[in-house]
Design a protein around this ligand. Structure first.
Ligand code: ADP
Length: 745
């Protein structure tokens, strides 16, 4: 059997998360018995050859997961645009018998890769004619396998829901806008913020959705009137009059008007300063958006895509056309690379042709829906109800432990409800407030600024109503005229909603639509693959573990880190994947003495071989006997003088903090859909009750009757947990097969 040899390179603009992808490519490749090369400095290195093309071993990929940018360097390379350049590149691959290439870059880099592969046999013929290779060598390498990964903060590639780096860029942007909002509010100032994205308005749109900025300008959907400046000024003035102390206008890099004239931040700043009669400041965020540590999401996206790239390379046959690794509906999949690149180009062309409807269509349903939702949320005041329209009274509450993003969801729900002409009520402290009648009306400004606030402003509790409490709830539903209820929360919210649904016969008042929006850091709710709050918690864990790792750099030390999640190992596994933990213990798999003995031997051997740091992550309920204390003590004792052990229980920091951009966006999207559900169902004879969530196919709403079928009640988690499929990948990446073996140069 011939050993597969392939190379990985990063090209074009750098993006956080590229290192995670490189690490996964190297380690998965080695694990699968392949020989892996890295090409330094993108196509430049490929053309330069020599030491720019280096064999990789297990340790080459060590300590890079948490680093921004790309450790193998990236570059723009005009020579690769020439046939001569590509011929030299081909020679350098052939010399090393490398016959597949994994390219991590933007659409330019991937177009280059595709062209390279199309020309491959022609290039080899020329090399034979020049006498640089023999015909026999050319025949042996008749095909070049190409697999592409999109590393780009712009999220501009057709075919994938997210590109590597976008989520981190959104972290940087939301942090900046949150910071600007507080200073803007102090002075009643307006800020104009310009964000990156080239032709794509994704970063600008999502940054607005995530922060509560007031105006957004994106290339795909320019303002629809010629006097849009007047409208913008009127809206900002109306916002001030309604009590907004801060005003933020976000401009995408490629923003333009309907006629294709670019809209710049200086122009907008000057206009607003003149017309608003107040200080206006412009902030061009620039390259900070690209920089810094990758978010948990980007580390895991890079890791999973890198892993999939190797699987795809190994499965490549001469007939396979170049493939792009994509994320669709929370699953990694592949698509023909060139088709994706071409359709990406089509958006740019539609914008250049001023065909904005097509540009929006090509961006997809999620993008369009988010833009529609945003236009409601950033209004200074709601639309007036239509004359004669039925005005519903809809209530919203939080349940369970606090999860970051709850406030974001409440804000979206309240504003959307009000804008549709309905009365919005809020319930304090979950079911306790419903029992005690702590219910009040919300207005537009009552949720101002909530998009970026962690915790639960409404208050939340874990109580599940029972017995006479149900009677009190029925009374209060009638007293306050509640015609629909949105429960944003965790397990107790779902249980409570199910209980009210079950008791419909006994209490007529419960015959209203109820919908649950999953918000729990544990990510343990049926009907949704991702709960609001889990991403923030994951980032909290990852930042903390990064710091722990740094603290241990001087010693040989093993950390045992305990994370939350109750009986659900999601946080443990995903944080293990994002931090490169050697071992993850979770309740789903339990812990046995044999596991501990095996892991201990493995870790001791690793430290003896020169390893400086060990990391074990344990889910809080992984096993009642083998506690974190126990494991730490056992490892300390057995580690002897080779390494020492520290235990860290991260605790409630995991529940706190400003919601991550992902959680804010998710909370807003889900809340918007929940409100549609309530409004529709509250006007039918037999309203249904349901829970909403993100499934592999996108947003899904399921009847509350499904709760017992989908839920593992004893362990308070879904019966089917999609992320358990990622377990083998975490194992592959943390366990060297041959730690010091390096393919021959
Ligand atoms: P990105 O990959 O981020 O879109 P660029 O468009 O700058 O960045 O492309 C990066 C590199 O990819 C270029 O410097 C060039 O080496 C190569 N490349 C881009 N487009 C082509 C092309 N049409 N043919 C050959 N190589 C290309």
């Amino acid at each position: 059997m011939t050993i597969k040899r392939f190379a990985v390179l990063t090209s074009g603009g750098d993006a956080p998360g590229m290192n995670a992808a490189i690490r996964a490519v190297i380690r998965t490749g080695l694990n699968r018995g392949a020989e892996v090369y890295a090409i330094y400095e993108g196509y430049k290195g490929l053309i330069a050859g020599g030491s720019q093309i280096r064999p990789m071993n297990w340790d080459s990929a060590g300590g890079i997961l948490q680093r921004g940018g790309t450790v193998i360097g990236t570059a723009r390379c005009d020579e690769f645009r020439t046939r001569e350049g590509r011929r030299t590149a081909a020679l350098h691959l052939i010399e090393r018998e490398i016959d597949s290439l994994i390219v991590i870059g933007g659409d330019g880099s991937l177009t280059g890769a595709n062209l390279f592969r199309q020309e491959w046999s022609g290039l080899l013929t020329e090399l034979v004619q020049e006498g640089k290779i023999t015909q026999e060598v050319a025949d042996r390498h008749a095909y070049l396998g190409i697999v592409g990964l999109v590393g780009s903060i712009d999220n501009d590639m057709f075919g994938t829901d997210m590109t590597i780096g976008t989520d981190t860029a959104l972290h940087r942007i939301t942090e900046a806008i949150d910071a600007l909002s507080s200073t803007a509010a102090s002075h009643q100032r307006t800020f104009v913020v310009k964000v990156m994205g080239r032709n794509c308005g994704y970063l600008a749109l999502m940054a607005c959705l995530a922060t509560g900025a007031e105006w957004v300008l994106i290339p795909e959907c320019p303002p629809d009137t010629d006097d849009w400046q007047e409208k913008m000024i009127a809206d900002l003035k109306a916002g001030r009059a309604a009590g907004r102390r801060e005003s933020i206008v976000v401009i995408a890099e490629g923003a333009q008007d309907r006629n294709g004239k670019p809209i710049g931040s200086t122009e907008i700043t000057e206009l607003l300063e003149k017309r608003l009669g107040e200080e206006v400041r412009a902030t061009v965020l620039g390259h900070v958006q690209r920089g810094g540590k990758p978010s948990a999401f980007d580390r895991n996206l890079g890791t999973l895509m890198g892993h999939a790239a190797v699987e795809t390379v190994l499965a490549t046959t001469p007939e396979t056309e170049p493939q792009l690794i994509c994320l669709r509906g929370n699953r990694i999949t592949t698509a023909p690379l060139m088709e994706c690149v071409e359709r990406t180009r089509a958006v740019a062309k539609a914008i250049a042709d001023h065909d904005y409807e097509r540009a929006m269509d090509l961006r997809g349903g999620g993008f369009k829906q988010s833009f529609r939702t945003l236009r409601t949320l950033l209004r200074s005041l709601p639309h007036k109800p239509e004359p004669g329209q039925k005005r519903l009274r809809l209530a919203v509450m939080n349940c369970g432990a606090p999860a970051s993003g709850m406030n974001t969801a409440v804000r979206a729900a309240v504003r959307i409800g009000l804008d549709r002409g309905h009365t919005m009520l809020s319930v304090t402290n979950g079911f306790l407030g419903l029992i005690d009648g702590h219910i009040q009306e919300m207005d537009w400004m009552s949720v101002n600024g909530w998009a970026s606030m962690g915790g639960s402003e409404l208050g939340t509790s874990r109580d599940i109503p029972k017995g006479r409490e149900l009677y009190s709830i029925a009374q209060n539903i009638e007293k306050f005229g509640i015609e629909g209820l949105l429960i944003i929360g965790g397990w107790s919210g779902y249980k409570g909603a199910y209980e009210l649904y079950r008791q419909r016969e006994a209490y007529a008042a419960f015959n209203i639509p109820i919908i649950c929006l999953p918000a729990s850091i544990n990510n343990n709710l049926p009907g949704s693959e991702l709960c609001v709050g889990a991403d923030t918690a994951l980032n909290n864990i990852v930042w903390a573990v990064d710091k722990l790792k740094q603290s241990a750099i001087a010693q040989q030390r093993c950390f045992v880190v305990e994370v939350m999640g109750r009986h659900c190992g999601y946080l443990a596994l995903m944080s293990g994947l994002a931090t490169g933990a050697e071992r993850v213990y979770m309740h789903e798999e339990g812990i046995t003495l044999r596991d501990l003995t095996f892991d201990l031997e493995h870790i001791v051997a690793g430290f003896k071989a020169g390893k400086r740091l060990g990391l074990v992550i344990r889910n809080e309920n992984a096993n009642p006997v083998y506690t974190s204390d126990f494991i730490a003590a056992l490892f300390e004792e057995e580690g002897g003088s080779v390494f020492d052990v520290r235990q860290t229980i991260l605790g409630h920091v995991q529940q706190g903090g400003d919601p991550s951009p992902f959680d804010r966006i998710q909370a807003t999207r889900l809340a918007a859909r929940c409100m549609e559900f309530l409004i529709e169902n509250a006007q039918t004879e037999a309203p249904s009750s349901a829970f909403i969530g993100m499934g592999a196919g996108g947003l899904q709403i399921q009847s509350i009757e499904e709760f017992p079928r989908l839920a593992d009640e004893q362990n308070q988690r879904p019966k089917k947990q999609w992320w358990l499929d990622l377990r083998p990948i975490a194992k592959i990446l943390s366990e060297p097969m041959a730690p010091t073996e390096t393919p021959k140069a």
